[in-house]
Design a protein around this ligand. Structure first.
Ligand SMILES: *Cc1c(COP(=O)(O)O)cnc(C)c1O
Length: 454
């Protein structure tokens, strides 16, 4: 096996590489983890340590690491046609084919796609598209988009504005104008003594109140994730989405669903929209679209929007050099073919997800875990000081960081969102690997409890 000089790599990395979402002072003290290879559900660092990757990279490597078919697809496409654009009435084969396949696997109202490179630029496209939709119909004042506090829609100006992350809004003067936010359906921390389904309805009706406050004739769209991912795997009560569907229809507000995490099997169906029966007009895709093997994103456009776009026969003055990139599309196509041929989503749902839920929920017995929750292959553990009052250790997220570092020590990847530990394993994880996770998690929780005190 290849040897690496980790200390040298860390020093060079610290000196030259400015990282996203990283505290550089902290990184200098602890040193970056240098990941060198991966296989199946495991990643390996430059010192040869192995980690069980319960985050699938960043919620994206749904088919697992090491699928050589995807490398072959990229190589073949690079040899045939490494690049050509999709501007000015041009197309190339992988984009044509991927657009057709996406129309097949997404809910029936979606038969048109706009390609990009990521979830963030996808949501920029969504913002411009929904405003353009109303402009085309002579309603330019209908331009306000409603998002939710603590939702994540990416890091571009539009993505971070549509998202509801306070820490992101605090940097760079966000949100941009005419984007507003309503409360999230976070039952564990915000539901108090209320009945869960009642709470779900109440939080959905925050949308109706906001629309009435602004005037429906000012509201273009509502955007939300089926399950909030980066916000801490917040699974809405069952009552939430049907009410959101109703409100969007009643006030003719476009419903934009950000499926960047939930898409491609994460919730046990192909899309979160299938699981929660979300009746969306626009759908953002990325992450699982290529299982992270290539940077690619897509915005699905419902027929009723596509009709207006076609009818008015104008040019949508928007596009990326790499929209419909042939290599990225070829890899995404191969990924979707693998998902279909090997029935990866159905197998995960029918054979492993229930077992995973059982193991995750059993962790709620641990003194540190106030709530364990899961949907499909998304899960969260709420670390609290007092289970009955749901009191945290503090508000700085240091217990989560402690737990995350303990995970790394033991060869496990979980992510900390404040003091909420989140998971999103590859869909190919086996029951044996779930057992491995469970053993490691118990160990880590014990260690964390010792570290932070009862
Ligand atoms: C990750 C994520 C994005 C942003 O995608 P990038 O590819 O990182 O730009 C947008 N929405 C959701 C729900 C995400 O989880």
């Amino acid at each position: 096996m290849r040897k690496y000089n980790t200390a040298e790599l860390r020093e060079s990395n610290y000196r030259h590489h400015y990282h996203p979402f990283t505290d550089h002072g902290d990184m200098r003290r602890k040193g970056a983890r240098i990941i060198t290879r991966a296989d199946n559900v495991y990643i390996y660092d430059s010192d040869g340590n192995r980690y069980l990757d319960m985050m699938a990279g960043l919620w994206c490597v749904n088919i697992g690491y090491g699928r050589t078919e995807l490398a072959e697809a990229a190589r073949n496409q690079m040899e045939q046609l490494p690049y050509y654009n999709s501007f000015f009435q041009t197309a190339q084969l992988p984009a044509v084919e991927l657009a057709e396949v996406l129309s097949e696997v997404t809910p029936p109202q979606f038969n048109r796609v706009f390609f990009g490179c990521s979830g963030s630029d996808g949501n920029d496209t969504v913002l411009r598209l929904v405003r353009y939709f109303w402009e085309l119909q002579g309603r330019p004042e209908r331009n306000i988009v409603i998002g939710r506090h603590n939702s994540y829609h990416g890091s571009t100006m539009a993505g971070a504005s549509l998202g509801g992350m306070k820490g992101m809004h605090a940097q760079g003067g966000l949100p941009i104008p005419d984007i507003v936010h309503i409360d999230q359906p976070y039952y564990y921390m915000e539901g108090g003594e209320m009945d869960e389904q009642e709470f779900g309805l109440q939080r959905a009706r925050c949308l109706e109140e906001k629309i009435l406050e602004l005037g429906a004739d000012r509201v273009a769209a509502f955007i939300a994730e089926p399950v909030q991912g980066a916000g801490g795997v917040i699974i809405p009560p069952d009552s939430y989405w049907p009410e959101i569907n109703r409100i969007c229809r009643q006030y003719d507000v476009l419903l934009c669903v950000d499926e960047v995490i939930c898409g491609f099997g994460r919730t046990g169906e192909w899309f979160g929209s299938d699981t929660f029966r979300i009746d969306a007009d626009v759908m953002t895709l990325a992450k699982g679209l290529s299982a992270g093997y290539q940077p690619v994103g897509a915005v699905m456009i419902a027929d009723r929007i596509a009709e207006i776009l076609d009818d008015k026969a104008q040019e949508f003055a928007h596009g990326y050099t790499y929209s419909g990139h042939p290599v990225a599309c070829a890899v995404a196509l191969r990924n979707i073919r693998i998902l279909r041929e090997e029935k990866i989503i159905e197998n995960a749902r029918d054979h492993v997800m229930d077992y995973f839920h059982e193991k995750v929920l059993s962790l709620q017995a641990h003194p540190l875990v106030g709530e364990a929750r899961a949907k499909g292959f998304l899960a969260a553990l709420e670390l609290v000081k007092n289970k009955s009052t749901r009191e945290r250790y503090g508000s700085d997220g240091s217990t989560g960081v402690y737990c995350r570092d303990a995970c790394l020590e033991k060869g496990l990847i979980m992510r900390a969102v404040g003091d909420t530990m989140v998971m999103s394993p590859p869909l190919v994880i086996t029951r044996e690997q779930v057992d491995e996770f469970h053993g490691l998690a118990l160990d880590v929780l014990d260690h964390t409890l010792k570290g932070v005190g009862p």
